[in-house]
Design a protein around this ligand. Structure first.
Ligand code: THU
Length: 159
């Protein structure tokens, strides 16, 4: 038997330690939470993606009375970025959430499994690691790539 250990480096920063570019991304992701449509969960998520040319696009979760038809902020944002700017690599994605009381979450928000799979696809598609920035008021996690968020992932190399 052989044991494989997978280590995933996560850096934690406070808001005052962010670069100007990270701050700009965070502002957009926070603003996007206020455009969320979340009448069922009352959990408002916003995401902002930094593209290669410096463009920032943002999106939010969009729910539906038929619950599974809704979509998370991360996929809204990535699909919008990829459909509007298909030539632009996605360099960084910032995710923010406000809880049912409307407060930004203390803990950094954790993208769901389906979103992680979509983020991995985008990395594969552009052959570009996407830095993931997960916001919480107690600290901001930085993860170097979407693949780090979904180790042992399925991608087109299996097909
Ligand atoms: N949600 C996101 O948009 N992103 C996440 O990372 C976690 C969950 C949404 C889905 C649903 O609209 C609401 O938050 C509660 O699960």
């Amino acid at each position: 038997m052989k044991e494989l250990n997978i280590n995933i480096p996560v850096t934690m920063k406070q808001e005052d330690e962010l670069t100007e570019q990270e701050k700009a991304l965070l502002v957009e992701a926070k603003a996007a939470t206020f455009r969320s449509y979340a009448p069922y969960s009352n959990f408002s998520v916003g995401a902002a993606a930094l593209l290669e040319d410096g463009t920032i696009v943002s999106g939010s979760n969009q729910e539906n009375s038929a619950y599974p038809s809704g979509i998370c902020a991360e996929r809204t944002t990535i699909f919008y970025a990829n459909s509007k700017y298909p030539e632009q690599k996605v360099m960084m994605l910032c995710v923010v959430a406000r809880d049912t009381k409307g407060q930004f979450t203390e803990r950094p928000i954790a993208p769901c499994g389906a979103c992680r799979q979509v983020l991995v696809e985008t990395e594969t598609r552009y052959n570009q690691k996407m830095q993931i920035m997960l916001y919480g008021t107690e600290g901001i996690y930085f993860i170097g790539s979407a693949k780090d968020l979904l180790p042992v992932s399925f991608d087109s190399s299996f097909l």
